[in-house]
Design a protein around this ligand. Sequence first.
Ligand SMILES: Nc1ncnc2c1ncn2[C@@H]1O[C@H](COP(=O)(O)OP(=O)(O)O)[C@@H](O)[C@H]1O
Ligand SMILES: [Mg+2]
Length: 359
Amino acid sequence: MSGERRIRVAVVYGGRSSEHGISVVSAGSVLGALDPEKYEVVQVGITPAGRWVLADADPASLQITGRSLPEVEKGTAVVLSTDPDSAGLVSVEPGSAVEALTSVDVVFPVLHGRYGEDGTIQGLLEMAGVPYVGPGVLASAAAMEEITKRLLRDAGLEVGAFAVLRRGRPYSVVDLADLGLPVFVKPARAGSSVGITKVTDWADLDEALEVAFAHDAKALVEAAVPGREIECGVLEDDDGQPEASLPAEIRLVRGHDWYDFEAKYLDDACEFDIPPDLPPDTIARIQDAACRAFTALECNGLARVDFFVTPDEKVVVNEVNTMPGFTSISMFPQMWAVSGVDYPTLVDRLIRAALRRET
Ligand SMILES: Nc1ncnc2c1ncn2[C@@H]1O[C@H](COP(=O)(O)OP(=O)(O)O)[C@@H](O)[C@H]1O
Ligand SMILES: [Mg+2]
């Protein structure tokens, strides 16, 4: 690429969601994979309180150490200019003059959960007129909520039964009884299994709702779908069409009953099979359903579609993640690696898709 200006990528990570730490770890992998010959990287950390700071972390330091997750710390306060004519970062350090720092060609929001994967930062980036990796406002927002299930059902995909409850509004167990037990009680917008409780006795419902409502004013009560947990990566190809990876099965070991936070990140409690031990026809149906989900939600760039495959091999969508875990050992990059797309290529393809996209 000699002679050509490198693409200036702002990698934005951390953020206000309960998945702050996971985002920082994901960003460590992305930063480590961006080819310095092609990309000029600007790091923007968002503190748990929501302050944007210019960061300069060594990617290798953005890791889980023991059982503790990394966090974005202090730095020069910056904002993204929302003036599309000067799309870039502006220093707003208290006590110093406001100063334009650098323009940005593309933003890679390596952010999970609320204020990152839910359409909010996507809206800000649209305002600023800066291309960005991943789905847009509508898909990001819809995928974050139970709205996903309605859109997917409408597109002919199978989803589990669920009810929506709101903080402070009355509800009756009688209305929920049809869901059967157990149920999973979840904040409508969270991730990494934060705030989720498996309820096996209706007497425990109130407590589970309290936990969910601590994270969101809206909660879901979902019928438990029996079956194996299968995930599938979707990536936009160079013609803008969705392409599915080989799926993965997550098998829990060491006594975990479901895929909770500890099982996901801390306890080394999962084993993965890529591809899963399923008939080729079932794998093909999973891949087809993943692409259809991507299209139904009008995603761009990437998505990870998570399924339950029931004992009679029905393919039921659990959720769609528009910025799935992106650490080098996360499912999304792993599925693509086995499908022949290594991590640096994945990052290249996503940035290419972002720059190609028309709004
Ligand atoms: N309806 C359900 N039936 C069975 N297991 C579920 C259900 N909902 C959630 N789970 C379990 O909880 C985990 C986390 O739930 P999920 O909806 O995927 O939330 P998150 O967005 O936090 O990953 C799932 O991977 C699965 O193990
Ligand atoms: Mg999940």
